[in-house]
Design a protein around this ligand. Sequence first.
Ligand code: ZN
Length: 142
Amino acid sequence: MPAGFTEINAGRGFVGRLATGGDLVEEIERFCAEHGILAAQVTVIGAVRRACYAYYEQHDRRYRELQTDTHHEIVGFTGNISLREDRPFLHAHATFADASGATVGGHLLRGCEVFAAEVMIREITGVSLVRVHDDETGLALW
Ligand code: ZN
């Protein structure tokens, strides 16, 4: 998909709660795979026991991985589902707040351990979202 916009349609909607101790990214991707959700908007509120996220170094074209093992609230989470290597892939950015209210965040990675997570998934239809390598950014984009 080149830069620009495409009109989409609303598909099914799902709400759910993830099990304590689960992996935030893997559980959402698993649900989408099991329900044939190929494109969607995803939001989450809740808390994690461990947060794993990354910062994309634009010059070096690689992710710098970050992690915190203290308990954090999920105070912001926006993501989307698209297809990567023929499977539903969650691309999400999240903000986490600690006991003092200080926040960290970035590109969400596997390894976030759920304490509690309320998830809303809004399927979109009328578009094929497939990630392919983009030479200009070094990222796998729609
Ligand atoms: Zn990202």
